[in-house]
Design a protein. Structure first.
Lengths: 107, 447
């Protein structure tokens, strides 16, 4: 079960889980996030190392390979659900934003 | 020219920003951090330049690790893949540097960072500080009890006053340290919710101020001991400092030796703790034994030395003709708060085999605030089921108040507590003094 601390995700957590929909190692995640966000989001290697450990402990991701000092991970079902839930929350926020301006625009 | 130097690290464990700033300033001055084996960090000479430093907290490391574990090496290698270079570690703290311009920091989530700092603090700093608070509280309680129950002995003895003041100071230091950390953590957690990392106040500066106060305090103690002229106090001072140094050296030496021998962290911790306990018991046990032994010898030699402090001799009160007079004991204590003298005397006539005893105790109070508590203690000298002090006329003794020991069964006893404005005199005679003798006692002991 995911821990209570992951009830909502920070921006960095969201992109880490998003990257891990496909199996990849920590370095891949570090490289993919800036590309995915056009350089808007960066994640530090210290933070990522901790996050990968915490996500594994919480069952949101699982380790797939451990070659030398290189570990690969992939999203679990719980992780995918978490990501879906976060996506839903973000969409709801966007919808609320749009509704607000539509109402003001009509008024 | 030196190419290496050591300097004492005064930054506290949670002051990540302070340490980072300090290491960057050192690099700009041409000193690069090299090793952090203890509080003394080693720097090597480099070309002065701008280098970015980062301090991260790796929870699985301890200060007892003989070398980084495989997992820790993996963590270091992971960070090094992003351009950071590992310098050294100090328990959970890992030091990295980067020579690129504006590198991506190792920690980019302040919430997680504060959590990591707090976990580190809970492992070492906070438990140690709470134990020190408990220890200081015991010290304060013991000192306060001594002050309440035996105020004359307490205020008259520099060691007692100094020890209590030291405990109070330590307690204040430890508590302010914990409060400062908790206050920073509360504010930092709030700032982290907005994505900001709140730097703590410069902990090294605070430590320097505290260190200066501590040093000044120790100098006062050492100065007093050195110039007190009391060899027992001097030995106690030197002995306690020596015991402390030997204990620190023994414990740190054991820990460092076991690390060098690649003994596992758990074994090292257990052995070092055992050495700590055994060494403390041995050192302080021996020290205490020597102090007690020396005090006994010292007390017996002191009587002969301090007779010059006798203000009134029994032979001046008695008619002439006694074979032998003597001073059985003299006790003198003096501090900035009071002067306390106790004198025991006797006289003996061989022909009649008559013996007379005369004891007196004077307390000269220098701080009016403690007068009443000292008087209370003096009054308690005669306070039991049979005897008590009763107030009598003070005119004949030219005093403010006079008390005499009385008993319902035996009547009055020539034991008097004579209270002046800033001085108390207790005299115990073997006979009822006449007016002339009273006047003589007043003349000699009232001032």
């Amino acid at each position: 079960m995911p821990r209570a601390k992951f009830n909502t995700l920070t921006e960095q957590m969201f992109y880490v889980l998003l990257c891990l929909q496909r199996e990849c190692c920590g370095m891949d995640v570090l490289e993919q996030i800036p590309v995915m966000t056009g350089g808007r989001v960066h994640i530090g290697s210290g933070t990522l190392y901790d996050l990968l450990e915490q996500f594994t402990d919480a069952g949101l991701i699982r380790e797939t390979k451990h070659e030398g000092r290189r570990r690969s991970y992939v999203l679990t079902e719980a992780g995918a659900l978490m990501l879906q839930k976060e996506y839903g929350r973000l969409c709801a926020q966007v919808q609320d934003y749009q509704n607000y301006f539509e109402v003001r625009g009509n008024a | 020219m030196r190419d290496k130097k050591k300097s004492l690290n005064l930054y506290l464990l949670y002051d990540r920003q302070g340490i980072k700033r300090h290491l960057e300033e050192m690099a700009e001055k041409g000193w690069m951090l090299e090793k952090t084996p203890s509080h003394f960090w080693t720097y090597r000479k480099i070309e002065p330049r701008k280098i970015t430093f980062e301090v991260v907290y790796y929870q699985k490391a301890t200060s007892f690790d003989p070398e980084p574990s495989e997992e820790q090496k993996e963590f270091i290698a992971f960070c090094e893949q992003t351009g950071w270079k590992f310098v050294s570690s100090w328990a959970q703290m890992q030091f990295f540097y980067n020579e690129q311009q504006n590198p991506i920091p190792l920690d980019t989530d302040p919430v997680m960072e504060i959590e990591a700092i707090h976990k580190t603090m809970r492992k070492g700093f906070l438990p140690v500080y709470w134990w020190l608070v408990i220890l200081a509280l015991f010290g304060c309680m013991s000192g306060l009890l001594s002050m309440i129950n035996h105020p004359i002995n307490f205020w008259g003895n520099f060691i007692h006053c100094f020890t209590l003041a030291t405990w109070v100071m330590c307690l204040a230091f430890y508590i302010t340290e914990i409060l400062a950390y908790n206050s920073w953590r509360r504010r930092a957690r709030s700032a982290a919710q907005h994505g900001e990392f709140l730097a703590s106040a410069n902990t090294a500066k605070k430590q320097k101020i505290k260190g200066a106060i501590l040093l000044a305090w120790v100098c006062i103690g050492i100065g007093h001991w050195a110039f007190s002229g009391n060899i027992l106090y001097q030995l106690i001072g030197v002995g306690s400092v020596l015991c402390m140094l030997l204990l620190i050296l023994g414990v740190q030496g054991t820990k460092a030796y076991l690390k060098k021998k690649k003994v596992s962290a758990r074994k090292n911790l257990v052995i070092t703790l055992l050495v700590d306990v055994v060494l403390a018991v041995l050192l302080y046990g021996t020290f205490l034994f020597l102090v007690i032994k020396f005090s006994i010898q010292f007390a017996s030699t002191k009587q002969a030395v301090d007779v010059e402090r006798v203000a009134l001799y029994i032979q001046d009160l008695l008619p002439t003709g006694y074979e032998e007079y003597g001073v059985d004991g003299v006790k003198h204590e003096e501090s900035i708060f009071l002067v306390h003298d106790t004198v025991y005397q006797y006289a003996w006539d061989e022909e009649t085999d008559e013996e007379w005893y005369f004891d007196y105790e004077t307390v000269q109070v220098k701080v009016p605030l403690i007068y009443e508590m000292c008087k209370k203690e003096m009054l308690s000298h005669v306070d039991n089921e049979a005897w008590a002090y009763a107030q009598i006329g003070a005119e004949e003794w030219q005093a403010r108040e006079v008390y005499q020991a009385v008993s319902l069964q035996y009547g009055s006893w020539p034991m008097y507590l004579i209270c002046y404005d800033d001085r108390m005199v207790e005299v115990v005679l073997d006979w009822e003094p006449d007016k002339e003798q009273q006047a003589y006692i007043v003349e000699k002991l009232a001032r």
